[in-house]
Design a binder for this molecule. Sequence first.
Ligand code: ATP
Ligand code: MG
Length: 446
Amino acid sequence: MRLSRYFLPVLKETPAEAQIVSHRLMLRAGMIKQASAGIYSWLPLGYKVLRRIEQIVHEEQIRAGHIPMLMPTLQSADLWRESGRYEDYGEEMLRIKDRHGRDMLYGPTNEELITDIFRAHVSSYKDLPLTLYHIQWKFRDEIRPRFGVMRGREFLMKDGYNFDIDKEAALHAYNRHLVSYLRTYERMGLQAIPMRADSGPIGGDDTHEFLVLAETGESEVFYDSQITDLRFGEREVDYDSVEECRAVLQEFTSRYARTDETHDETVFHEQVPEERRRSARGIEVGQIFYFGTKYSDAMGAVVVNDKGERVPVHMGSHGIGVSRLLGAIIEANHDDKGIIWPEGVTPFHAGIVNLKQGDAAADAACEGLYKALVAKGLEPLYDDRSERAGAKFATMDLIGLPWRITVGPRGLEKGVVELTSRWTGQSEELSPEAAVDRLAQIYDGH
Ligand code: ATP
Ligand code: MG
């Protein structure tokens, strides 16, 4: 993409309404624009990152054997009356009447809709296990939408639902989700810690929230400092293996880590030596639940088991806050100049800054780099505007591309360009070909 032809409405001023750094930076970098309270338009740069995050979520879900689909945003109230949640859900649910006076709602989550699909089409244990998921917009009429996309009213969520023959099988699905979530967040450059949580309006006993530690997080968390040393890393897991998934769950959840709802000071003191006790703030970027037969009992989702008996199916639901993740990633990765994207989610792989637009050699070198990067499957953003170098650097720093190639007549005389890391600020002089090869190597596997 050439910046002169892109739509990147960068703001010079710091927007007064934004209280936290990720919100400020998303507005300043021209990623989002508020449409109304808690509802945002995703401008091209923000949309690109949103799609990158969504893509990682899809890849990891599919890797875990979960099946993508798409359910609508608008749902009939009837299904929610069956589960009893139409009344229970309260003011957060946006209720709508259609022209025939029928009660509709903008889905805050999809347990009812998916259970209705399941009961219409599945009747035998032979069709289990089954996990279906989608990535779809949700609406929750939050009393105080704030912090930009972190607590919106309309937000994008991946929600997945497992259907299993019994509790044991459903707990495997739970563990499998935990493993897939660990992989998902790490690919985005985030450490999200699973913490025992409270189940809230979804219901059920087993639930973990995934929290990214950040000062601006809305949740108070308590944990054993050893937990922050854990990394999922490059390990390959066989998602069908009950033992392997359980072992990962045990590794990541055996130390104390809880949100304020489940925190117990006495247990904390018993289990964790004083020097390892930590309390901090965290951003909830996902949650997994096992809730047994709550919805299948209420809605009659029954299958015939291998003995010919009709039994309610065991379920769980699992959510990732796709749009909230943009805020969480920025909270975790920024400096006073702007965003610093992890390579896994960056909107463009590298920026090209032409120090002297209109100089024949500089222009040609930039064009050559651009084409060479594209030929390697990378997406560069070429700042081809006739701006001062300082302004170009400031824009690149603000939008946070992890790598920048700087091209100027003086370097070109020596046959070099400069490759700069947004992470370390360090620059290296390389031939244009070597710079392209280096970037191709860095992004190999992303
Ligand atoms: P919270 O406690 O933050 O209100 P929740 O527990 O009600 O969230 P879940 O039902 O667990 O949310 O939804 C799954 C994920 O969707 C959450 O972990 C979070 O990342 C995201 N999410 C929930 N509410 C919002 C919101 N208002 N704006 C953006 N993302 C949200
Ligand atoms: Mg939650």
